[in-house]
Design a protein. Structure first.
Length: 126
């Protein structure tokens, strides 16, 4: 029996920047991407046709610029179980991240074979 689960929809992409205010101005004013909000510490969010773009300062003083692809899933625990069944090791198990009005944002993090960070995310009713 073949498991039919597959990641299909990107929910968010994270881009590391060194000067958040300059980057916000560029993405908002120069590129014309719809600005959503800024949140501490050092995060800014934009709406890109159903995909959220997050600008963030590099973590841990790293100078390595990387993007993180966040895959939107209906059931984060079922998605994590399916991926674990395929040998995926989660760097950070699915966990609560933020309260978004009447829903909760949950995320779990894993790496691809090249060491690139990926995430599964789900907004669930509170």
């Amino acid at each position: 029996m073949t498991n039919q689960f597959g990641l299909t929809r990107i929910g968010q992409i994270s881009v590391a920047v060194h000067d958040l205010e300059r980057a916000v101005g560029f993405y908002r004013d120069t590129l014309g991407i719809r600005f959503l909000f800024q949140a501490p510490p050092g995060l800014a969010f934009f709406e890109c046709g159903g995909i959220r773009l997050m600008l963030t300062l590099p973590e841990g003083g790293s100078d390595h610029h990387t993007s993180v692809i966040y895959y939107d899933v209906a059931d984060i625990h079922a998605a994590a179980d399916a991926l674990k069944g395929r040998g995926v090791v989660f760097e950070s198990e699915p966990h609560f991240v933020a309260q978004l009005g009447e829903s909760e944002l949950w995320m779990g993090f894993l790496r691809d074979p090249e060491g690139n960070l990926l995430a599964v995310m789900s907004e669930v009713p509170a």
